[in-house]
Design a protein around this ligand. Structure first.
Ligand SMILES: [Zn+2]
Length: 688
């Protein structure tokens, strides 16, 4: 692991505007800088960089973070990889510490494997361009396919000389480790070149490192398979890899859809024809991990088929997986005897894109058509195929979408809609049961991970907070459900409703309602928790907040908000100079992301004013810290007291009146009522 000190060194030297400007044109706008977001397609800039806070935030897509996060996101690198990337940009020497030898060895091994693959890729490329055999066989093959030199370069294409030890001898002469060469499948167990007389397609991971190869034979050798791929290794997992993703990722993100084809050459020739949002699952049936890879960039997939009926059916099997991930999937069949490569060449890029748009069919309807055609009048065949369609419909989580599909299928197949609904529901119940088992397993995994990271943060010097379940009145789960009245006091005054924020708002709407009150406390703590609650006093805002809600701290539903409040109060007592960076560079990713969102969320003040006319005379919160924090504390308390009351009333209702605790509970409820009224009237006074 890279030492905390080194990470700090990197963060101290890496200026966000400098890092971002490698990729985005920024213009100054007041204290901030503004540009077109590299993570989503936009025409007017909403990507904001704050040099003072050393963070970025896009108000279009919501992405935000510090320089390390930017590199992670933009270059699709892991956290340590991004740190290394920045360290090399700024010439920071990294100190690796707190690392077990075993872990370091593993890491070094992975790095050596990448290094060897890089060497091999260069070697094959050199064969292709600079040897007679490579030029006459490999290069002429690529040329015959119409590949330009720039394309060959983009995809690092190569050629393996048709000799037994050409590569092996050169690699071992350069002191590359023979065992590792074998691990990577470049050298056979017996010590011969694994790839001989093949054109070579290096397979890249998201960050552009070569993780494996595909080799296509060019001779008419009937015994040898047409394509061979590297075996799986520590760095190459076929199920998690899509060919071309490195070259396609930015375009997929920009166009917000991804084209899936079958072969390497399809990817390459479409890319060359300026259809760059294209990947191939190469050799394996589509997997969940591959879909998740695409889902990082878009929810829309169009699958292109050129094969026969058998090929199509095989491919259809993977499609339920895509539906399950809530992705929109369309299929398109190419005209007879065309593949993507030949088709784009014959019709051109524009016509190709138009064909995709016009001829692609929604997956379920595609399947329905297929059933109709295949089953004909055979009722038994039809029933079996129908079951298959219902299965596909049942994995779609969007009810509206589902019912539209059912209607369409009913019409197309002339089957009673009610029967389809019943069958789908039956299937859904089955799916739910299956999912529950999966979720239980997932939860256990999460708990295990949390426990591990908890142990880590307990050890860390700057004190993470172990998240023990709160003692006393139950945990967060008990509060689920009570309906929320849209009361005057709970008015959600910071909720920005600019159209761009719709998606975010929607996500918020599904959270428990108390989140708004909790979030507000966290927002205040992050933005001005370190300032004085009252002028000429020593009390800080964050301390004021924590002091006032200390008895309710166990009632936070959202652990992240809770930790922000608690840590802010702790930090406020220490008189730090690095208030912002403490949160924006926080080692806990959830805290870091939330803090950045809270810090940079545009405070749409007009919205507040239009919602609550009474507030018009009030100053903006940042000019009115005392009132803002006091209100937020009261809102939070009111909300929580109401919740406790609701639970208690329910308990009392269910109680036997003879129970010795009955009267005690009733008394407690009365006390709570008084407390609620006091808070409510206090809040009213503060607001008016
Ligand atoms: Zn964006």
């Amino acid at each position: 692991m890279i030492s905390q000190r080194s990470i700090q060194d990197v963060l101290n030297i890496a200026q966000i505007e400098d890092v971002v400007q490698d990729y985005v044109n920024l213009r100054r706008r007041g204290v901030n800088m503004l540009g077109l977001c590299p993570f989503h397609d936009e025409k007017s800039p909403s990507f904001t960089v704050s040099p003072a806070k050393n963070i970025y935030k896009c108000f279009g897509c919501g992405k935000g973070g510090n320089p390390i996060n930017f590199i992670m996101e933009h270059e699709a690198l892991s956290y340590p990889e991004a740190i290394r990337h920045l360290a090399s940009k700024y010439g920071v020497e990294l100190e690796e510490s707190g690392n077990s030898d075993e872990h370091r060895e593993e890491q070094q091994k992975a790095e050596s494997l990448y290094l060897i693959n890089k060497y091999a890729s260069d070697h094959f490329n050199n064969n292709l361009l600079n040897t007679d055999e490579g030029k006459s066989i490999g290069l002429s093959y690529f040329k015959s396919r119409g590949f330009r030199m720039s394309t060959i370069e983009t995809f690092d294409l190569g050629y393996s000389i048709n000799e037994y030890k050409h590569f092996t001898e050169e690699a071992t002469a350069k002191k590359y480790n023979l065992d590792m060469l074998k691990t990577l499948g470049l050298v056979s167990a017996k010590g011969y070149d694994f790839y001989r007389g093949r054109v070579m397609f290096p397979i890249h991971n998201l960050s552009g490192k070569v993780i494996g190869f595909g080799g296509r034979i060019l001779t008419e050798n009937k015994k040898a398979p047409k394509y061979v791929n590297s075996p799986e290794s520590e760095i190459y997992n076929k199920r998690k890899t899509l060919y071309g993703i490195y070259q396609a990722k930015n375009e997929i993100r920009k166009q917000d859809f991804c084209i899936l084809v079958e072969g390497y050459t399809d990817v390459i020739s479409l890319h060359q024809s300026d259809v760059k949002n294209v990947v191939a699952s190469s050799g394996t049936a589509l997997t969940k991990d591959q879909i998740k890879l695409v889902k990082r960039y878009t929810n829309n997939i169009t699958v292109i088929y050129d094969g026969d009926a058998a090929g199509i059916k095989a491919a259809l099997r993977g499609m339920d997986l895509i539906l399950e991930q809530d992705m929109n999937i369309r299929l398109v069949l190419l005209p007879d005897k065309e593949d993507p490569d030949s088709f784009v060449k014959s019709v051109g890029t524009t016509a190709f894109n138009e064909y995709l748009k016009e001829e692609s069919k929604d997956f379920i309807l595609f399947k329905t058509d297929l059933v109709k055609e295949e089953a004909g009048d055979d009722p038994i065949k039809k029933a079996a195929l129908l079951k298959d369609i219902i299965q596909s419909i049942s994995v779609i989580s969007d009810t509206l979408k589902r019912s539209v599909y059912i209607q369409q299928c009913s019409r197309l197949l002339e089957i009673d809609e009610n029967i389809l609904v019943q069958e789908t529901n039956k299937m859904i119940r089955g799916n739910i049961k299956k999912k529950q088992v999966e979720q239980d397993r997932e939860r256990l995994r999460e708990q295990y991970k949390e426990r591990r990271s908890q142990t880590r943060s307990e050890k860390s010097p700057d004190g993470g907070f172990p998240s023990e379940p709160p003692p006393g009145y139950g945990g967060g789960e008990e509060y689920d459900g009570p309906p929320d009245e849209t009361g005057y006091y709970e008015a959600d005054h910071y909720d920005d409703s600019s159209p761009r924020q719709n998606a975010k708002q929607f996500a918020q709407a599904s959270k428990p309602k108390d989140e708004n009150q909790e979030r507000d406390l966290a927002r205040i703590c992050v933005t001005f928790g370190n300032e004085l609650y009252e002028p000429d006093q020593t009390l800080k805002v964050a301390t004021f907040i924590l002091d006032n809600i200390a008895d309710l701290i166990a009632y936070f539903d959202n652990e992240v908000y809770k930790e922000i409040v608690v840590q802010a109060a702790d930090l406020a007592s220490k008189d730090t100079d690095n208030w912002d960076s403490y949160f924006t560079n926080h080692e806990n990713e959830k805290i870091r992301n939330e803090a950045i969102s809270l810090m940079s969320s545009p405070y749409v003040y007009a919205n507040w004013e239009s919602k609550e006319v009474e507030l018009q005379t009030q100053k903006k919160p940042e000019l009115n810290q005392q009132k803002d924090s006091y209100q937020a504390v009261l809102r939070f308390k009111l909300k929580k007291v109401k919740r406790i009351m609701e639970n208690l009333s329910a308990e009392i209702k269910a109680m036997d009146h003879e129970d010795e605790n009955f009267l005690i509970n009733v008394k407690v409820l009365q006390k709570l009522q008084e407390q609620r009224n006091t808070i409510a009237s206090e809040l009213h006074t503060v607001i008016l």
